[in-house]
Every structure is written in structure tokens, then in C-alpha cells.
Design a protein around this ligand. Sequence first.
Ligand code: SF4
Length: 218
Amino acid sequence: MTTKKQQKNAVYFLDQISHRFPDAKIELKYDEKDPWQLLVAVVLSAQSTDVGVNKVTPRLFARFKNVQAFAKAESGQVEPFIQSLGFFRNKAKSLVAAARKVVADFQGAVPGDREKLEQIPGVGPKSAAVIMANAFGEPAIAVDTHVGRIARRLGLTKQKDPSKVEIELEKLLPKARWIEAHHAFIWHGRRICVARKPCCTQCPVTERCPRVGVTVFA
Ligand code: SF4
């Protein structure tokens, strides 16, 4: 059972972190009018940095201009464009399979429906949440490594499973702030509360953080 006190505490943390990062937003680059490009970037970002993904997507999208072009390709044709990324062979296979699924089952349009998104090869629950929030403006807290770590360090959850963390965060924070929380926590996790040796002296929630001074990956 989530108490009002716990909710107030979570909102306090979000207020402070959002105040520090008022411009927090997705750092993958894509055409905001094209959910397919976002899906591609999100699939590529697994086990890779957004910076690395942003380096390869301009050439990739210039060569394969839309979902139909990806669907007609063989994965071997996609591989050279993404070979600087980890697991590029698997990612190339996923992108081609995803494009074929979108073309065959969704009339070539990425669906704005979480269950349908999760049917697309390469798109798991976290990716689906990122796409729903950023392409369709649907409230969701996608829990990646940063969001999970911040939520645990701030004492907002003890869960390790991202889906369970998501459910707990959604109980603690108002729905209207879920997308904001996702971005704010990621920025906080990348810039201050990093996995090893977080910069607690520069942190906006030092006074109330139960893990201030933590030095281990947790
Ligand atoms: S005080 Fe330190 S451990 Fe706590 S949220 Fe801030 S940076 Fe992270």
C-alpha cells in the first residue's frame, strides 16, 4: 500500500531533480514526425550509448528512408551502417524483422498501443514505454538502468525487475508527470547520480537521499 507520505516524498525528489534539469528530454536524435525512426533508434540503443546511436542513424536513415525500405532490405545490407554498435548483427536482424511486422500487420505505421508495440521484434516493455511517451505523448515511465538505480537509491522502490519498478513509480507519482520523471531521472543518472561514485556534493536531493555518499554500483 502506497501512503500519501511516500507519494509526497517521491514528488519532492522529482521536483528537485526536474528543477536541476528543466530541459531533460530524450537524447536520441530522430525525426519527431516519424515514430518509425524513433523505434529504430530505440532498438539500436540497447547496450549502446545514445551518442553512439546518434552517430550512425543519419547515414542509416539516408540509405533506408522509411519503414518500407527497411522491410525490403536484408539484414546484411543494414549491418554496415550500424557496425560500430554492440550486437549490430542481431540489431540489424531485429530492425528488418520489425519493419516487416509493421508493414505486414500495422499498415506501415508504428502502432500507438503498448501491447502491439511489444509484438514487434526487438521492442520490449521498456522500449515500448519510450516509444509511447516520446512518439505518442502517452504517460509512461520507461525504466532503464538509470531510472531503476535512481529509484532504488532514493528509496522509492526495492524492486530490481524494471517492470515492477515501473509499477511502483507509477503509484508514487502523478500520471501527468510520468514522462517528466522518466527523462529527469535519466538525466540525473547520467550526469550526477552515476553508477560508480555519484557526485553527491552536486546533487539537488542530498538532504533527503537515504544513500548519500554511496560509492558502489547499486
Ligand atoms: S545524494 Fe548521491 S546517491 Fe543520493 S541521489 Fe544524489 S547523487 Fe545519488
